[in-house]
Design a protein around this ligand. Structure first.
Ligand SMILES: N[C@@H](CCC(=O)N[C@@H](CS)C(=O)NCC(=O)O)C(=O)O
Length: 202
């Protein structure tokens, strides 16, 4: 299997953390690409990474679908519970992590757009909406910190990779101030080898 990957992509990192946790990292060939400069729409018409290339040259996307595939393929405890209330809880946590990531990437896209064009967008309601989504999500996670504890699951991985991306792109963000319990939880979780081996950069 080959994974179209970028060292900065929080979505791609989520997949690689999953691969490490499921004992599959050695079976995945990492191909670093810049999705904005590469043409791979025959494998993913959306032009986005991560994209997992299976042996039969089929592209698998997006990050949740790849994680679900790796979770079923690998060994060890399931990261996505098959049924029941715990499954709902994990998928909800995953969605919050994904939502924080999406909001941070929306902010980053605006910075990239401003750098390409000589017409910076005003810092308007759209930017405020992204920061509000990030702040409110961190506050909710702080309040519900107990749901992030216990055996590792994809919800926890999603939240951790979202926070890692925030620290990479927006180190000035005050999320720790709004969510001190979440900050403590994150500091402990990123000691895991799978997260240490995939620290974002770029
Ligand atoms: N929902 C997708 C989002 C993937 C995504 O937006 N990846 C970014 C890189 S971090 C990308 O490839 N962007 C290129 C583009 O939007 O054209 C997932 O979870 O995999």
């Amino acid at each position: 299997m080959k994974l179209f990957f970028s060292d900065a992509s929080p979505y791609a990192r989520k997949c690689l953390v999953t691969a490490h946790e499921k004992g599959l990292a050695d079976q995945i060939e990492i191909e670093r690409i810049n999705p904005y400069e590469s043409e791979f729409r025959d494998l993913n018409p959306l032009g986005k990474i991560p994209c997992l290339i299976l042996a039969e040259d089929t592209g698998l996307f997006d990050s949740f679908v790849i994680c679900d595939y790796l979770d079923r393929l690998g060994t060890g405890p399931a990261l996505i519970p098959a049924t029941g209330a715990l499954r709902d809880q994990v998928l909800r946590l995953h969605a919050i992590g994904q939502g924080i990531t999406d909001a941070a990437l929306n902010l980053r896209s605006q910075v990239m757009r401003d750098a390409k064009l000589d017409t910076p967008l005003p810092k308007d309601w759209y930017v405020d909406r992204q920061w509000t989504a990030i702040q409110k999500s961190c506050i909710l996670l702080d309040r519900e910190i107990e749901t992030l504890k216990g055996a590792l699951d994809l919800g926890q991985i999603s939240v951790a990779t979202a926070l890692g991306y925030l620290d990479l792109r927006f180190p000035e963000s005050a999320w720790r101030h709004h969510a001190p319990l979440l900050a403590d939880w994150y500091a402990a979780l990123i000691e895991r080898p799978s997260l240490q081996a995939t620290m974002p950069k770029g």
